[in-house]
Design a protein around this ligand. Sequence first.
Ligand code: ATP
Ligand code: MG
Length: 258
Amino acid sequence: MDTKVIHHFPKPVDPNAPNIVAIKDLYKSFGDNHVLKGFDLNLRKGENLVVLGKSGSGKSVLIKCMVGLLYPEKGMVEVFDKNIPKLDRDELDHIRVKIGFLFQSSALYDSMTVRENLEFPLRRHWISKTRAEVDELVLEALENVGLKHAVDLMPSELSGGMRKRIGLARTLILKPDIILYDEPTTGLDPITSREISNLIVDIQHKYNTSSIIITHDMACAKIVSNRVIVLVNGIKFIEGTYDELEKSTDPQIKPFFE
Ligand SMILES: Nc1ncnc2c1ncn2[C@@H]1O[C@H](COP(=O)(O)OP(=O)(O)OP(=O)(O)O)[C@@H](O)[C@H]1O
Ligand SMILES: [Mg+2]
């Protein structure tokens, strides 16, 4: 990777930082499948919050509720003091510009080059940009993930790790205040996973973003987190720093660290 990793620890959260996301008593079911059953979460400005949970526990459902891709039956999902489930389309669009969502499957458009993939979010939101400005933003985003040289490749020519990084570059191009990472390292080898984890920390330092990182990669959780919460049976089961949770003797928590 040709970017230098400078930051080895997440940026400390300002003790007076306000909440930027506040989720309270969130319920979401699919028929008889009750996934979220009174879930709570708060994300503070500038914080990297890791959400741990077993496969199928509802982590992706949770972040889809946060961007209005899924509607909860009950509860509050406040982002920048706006309750997401209550917003109309225009209001939601307005908020979504400020939220970057890195999908579990990098979700690149296979028929577009890397450059076109990165331009895509700009076209929708910043119609007034000149060609030169767009080019500059694309290259800056690629530089952040160390992949400037890949600008004219097709997604099929990228490795899994490169796809994740391009997905991240596309998320960064709108300079979001909040980034939601859904399994940023899944399917990658340990070295590439560590590079992506370091990149998440670099982005936090560089842009002071507030992020939720969904993962079951404990090495990633350790590198990126200011705080960790664990989703068990539809609720926030426990929260603390990585080091605190690592010492837990609770049978629901211990297996994550083994
Ligand atoms: N659109 C949907 N329609 C019906 N059921 C859904 C839908 N989305 C998710 N589910 C169900 O909700 C539950 C939680 O799914 P979710 O994708 O949030 O799990 P996860 O914690 O992200 O798991 P993984 O770690 O494997 O990604 C699963 O039982 C899943 O089948
Ligand atoms: Mg998931």
